[in-house]
Write a protein that binds this ligand. Structure first.
Ligand code: 5HY
Length: 245
């Protein structure tokens, strides 16, 4: 099977890191196609970036669908564009927050998410409610910019570690979720150091998509995820106009 692992921001080094994490868990029969949009924000830190990444993200989903893929991972912890992507995809589309929180809910009662900046916390709290774990999920921010995670010389990993330590000491965290795709390379280190499950949404999402494809399950097209209706789009977005058929 072929799985698209899509980084919605335009930072190639982050896409490469995400690709390595996806490939490290992919099954023998799974080909990982990692990609990011050619246009859009270098990182997604809040609602404005989330909105402006969507045209490029959807363009990538549509292009890869034409080339033939079996499933898609949205590799941004805000699950950006997840619902819109499902309307133009045929296979399953899974967000890394969705995969991580559902996986965490199977491993412990108290979940702590450690994300990057405080501005990202409300969106993740909203997702925790959507995914049914809000009553047992605390969302924390390590106060590191997303792209600091791409700089090995920065203090980003240490700040994430410190926030995880606080989650263990003060939240009674039984499971920790890394709340940014850029943290994917920190998973094993912190799992060993803290002696509890530390979940990377990229890996969890790849295995969930594999499972759904293996079961022959695809996104439902009989309701909200039906294909977009044909209509005119004006201006710069004209090329995104849904066609019939
Ligand atoms: C992510 N931003 O996973 C999110 C995390 C965040 O560019 N990739 C990003 O901080 O919202």
């Amino acid at each position: 099977m072929r799985i698209l692992v899509l980084n919605p921001n335009t930072t190639a080094s982050m896409t490469a890191k995400i690709s390595a994490a996806a490939r490290s868990v992919a099954g023998a029969g799974t080909e990982i196609l990692a990609a990011n949009p050619a246009m859009g924000p270098a990182s997604i830190e809040g609602y404005y970036d989330e909105a402006l990444c969507l045209p490029g993200l959807l363009e990538e989903v549509i292009r890869h669908e034409r080339e033939g893929i079996d499933g898609t991972v949205i590799a941004c912890f805000d699950d950006t564009g997840l619902d819109a992507a499902r309307t133009v995809a045929t296979g399953p589309v899974i967000g890394i927050c969705e995969a991580a929180l559902h996986t965490a809910s199977l491993l412990g009662a108290r979940i702590s998410v450690v994300t990057t900046l405080s501005r990202s916390v409300p969106a993740i709290e909203h997702l925790a409610r959507r995914y049914g774990v809000a009553d047992r999920c605390r969302v924390r921010a390590a106060e590191v910019p997303v792209l600091a995670l791409e700089d090995a010389g920065s203090s980003a990993a240490d700040r994430v570690r410190s926030e995880i330590a606080d989650a263990v000491a003060h939240d009674g965290a039984e499971v920790v979720v890394l709340g940014c795709a850029g943290m994917t390379d920190l998973t094993q280190r912190f799992s060993r150091e803290f002696g509890l499950p530390v979940i990377d949404g990229v890996a969890a999402a790849v295995k969930l998509v594999e499972s759904l494809v293996t079961l022959g399950l695809r996104t439902s097209k009989v309701g909200g995820y039906a294909p977009p209706l044909p209509k005119a789009y004006a201006g710069e977005l004209a090329r995104f106009a849904p066609k019939g058929g």
